[in-house]
Design a protein. Structure first.
Length: 71
């Protein structure tokens, strides 16, 4: 099992409220990383890409859960 699939399984086990909290936290982290990058304080720029992908994963799970409730 890869790191990403473990992360996804962890997300799928969370409630909608927990996913929203995780999404807000990830967006705050992305903002802080962009700010650090703009002020040349960021050493690991690949972290921005990772956080963006995590945000997309969280949003995907939120949509999956909303579709499951409708069906």
């Amino acid at each position: 099992m890869t790191k990403n699939s473990k992360y996804l399984e962890g997300l799928r086990g969370k409630s909608a409220v927990e996913l929203q909290e995780e999404l807000v936290a990830a967006k705050k982290e992305l903002f802080n990383l962009r700010f650090q990058n703009a002020t040349n304080q960021l050493d690991n720029t690949s972290r921005i890409k990772d956080v963006r992908k995590n945000i997309a994963r969280i949003q995907t799970v939120i949509v999956e859960q909303s579709h499951a409730k409708e069906a």
